[in-house]
Design a binder for this molecule. Structure first.
Ligand code: UDP
Length: 391
């Protein structure tokens, strides 16, 4: 191959892992080529402008972290606003605040003081605690019942979780529900973290900053593209997948790890979300960015009203329109977007097999939700890249 300059890194996927890696590598004086199979950059944090509203095309993203270094890093690229996630749950037409806090306990049981709430929770969880007899909760149902008891489990957790994961709560790992705080204070902030917000101007601004100085090509699928699709000035009909060593010294791969290894041990399972997006001729549809529908019978899990991520108070009414997305969670099949890894024993064991191949591969770094088959939030992805030594 001739007529092109070799890159230090070929980065497959321009989501947060790939884009942050590109930024850090560029800062370290490396040359990066970033490719993405979608028509735009940014992976799942990409936002589409609809009627002047930044629509989170691949699901709601709320940045939150306790890590000051990560917070300072992202804020050095783009300022973040003061958005605080405080979703509301709708169960059979009745509203409850999330996460589980004094407001929820008041709405659920009419209890007013933390002492009353604690007594009610203790009563509600007694049966499940006795059943465990000192053992650790083995699944999500046991964990939820011993954390908040029967009423909250049945009204606010069971239906929502089974819709989201398409599996019974007894088959899901306990840690998923430990993501949610339980508090004996009147505090509807969904996260415990010290820092939280949305980039001013939307996530695309953050991605643009992260990718400054890298060469980026969109609409290129690593598995089927040819070298010429990425480097049009190069005459080479080889599949990129086979020629990447000619293009770059090393590769960062952020796609599906099972696909990378041609599914040789079998396919990992994922959950995906179908978004039913609507633009409405009203300024304010639900009064909150996130409303969860926790009963089994409502087919969608939640409705996102995107403008509330970036407009507050009276500013909501500056735009006479609003955009909402209903989220339907389904099992992933090829051709769909894989969103969530399925955290059960079968998939964990399968991932371990792929991981042992990846560990032996010193010229490829695997990172992010898909390549590490992990239920990552955004900040830990950035933290992970910041800790890497890039040489
Ligand atoms: N969850 C629930 N009821 C809710 C919201 C969340 O039971 O109203 C559970 C559900 O099992 C979910 C988990 O909490 O998988 C984590 O929720 P989170 O909002 O963190 O999920 P994400 O935003 O990543 O989709």
């Amino acid at each position: 191959m001739k007529n092109f300059t070799k890159y230090d890194y070929l980065i497959v996927g321009s989501g947060l892992f790939g884009a942050t890696f590109a930024y850090c590598a560029t800062q370290a004086g490396k040359r990066c080529l970033v490719i993405d199979r979608r028509p735009q950059l940014g992976g799942n944090v990409y936002c589409e402008d609809v009627e002047g509203i930044h629509v989170h095309k691949y699901g709601a993203h709320i940045f939150h972290t306790n890590d000051k270094q990560v917070w300072d890093f992202v804020n050095s690229l783009v300022p973040f606003n003061r958005y605080t996630n405080s979703p509301v749950a709708n169960y059979k037409g009745k509203l409850y605040n999330l996460p589980f806090n004094m407001n929820t306990f008041y709405q659920m049981w009419g209890v007013i003081t933390p002492e009353q709430a604690q007594a009610k929770i203790d009563e509600q969880k007694a049966e499940a605690v006795a059943k465990l007899g000192g053992m650790e909760p083995q699944n999500l149902e046991e964990q939820a019942l011993t954390l908040v008891g029967k009423d909250i489990y049945e009204k606010l957790i069971k239906g929502y979780t089974e819709k989201q994961w398409g599996r019974s709560c007894t088959e899901l790992p306990a840690f998923i529900i430990r993501r949610l705080p339980v508090r004996l204070v009147y505090d509807n902030n969904y996260f415990n973290d010290a820092y939280q917000g949305i980039p001013v101007g939307g996530y695309n601004v953050l991605i643009e900053k992260l990718l400054e100085g890298s060469d980026c090509v969109t609409g290129v699928d690593y598995f089927i593209a040819k070298v010429g699709d990425v480097l049009p000035n190069v005459v080479n009909e080889k599949l990129l997948k086979q020629a990447w060593h000619d293009i770059a010294d090393k590769m960062v791969f952020t796609g599906k790890i099972d696909q990378f290894y041609d599914y040789r041990f079998g396919q990992l399972q994922y959950r995906t979300v179908r978004f039913e997006q609507e633009t409405l001729d009203m300024p304010n549809y639900q009064g909150n960015a996130v409303i969860n529908y926790t009963e089994r019978e409502v087919p969608f899990t939640r409705i996102i009203e995107h403008k509330h991520f970036e407009s507050f108070g009276q500013a909501v009414y500056d735009n006479p329109k609003t955009v909402i997305s209903r989220e339907y969670s389904t099992e992933w099949t090829p051709g769909m977007e894989p969103f969530y890894p399925v955290n059960d024993d079968k998939n964990a064991a399968l991932y371990k097999q792929y991981k042992s191949l990846a560990d032996q591969q010193t010229d490829v770094l695997f990172g992010g939700r898909l390549a590490e088959y992990a239920y990552y939030d955004m900040a830990p992805v950035i933290a992970k890249v910041m800790q890497l030594t890039i040489d």
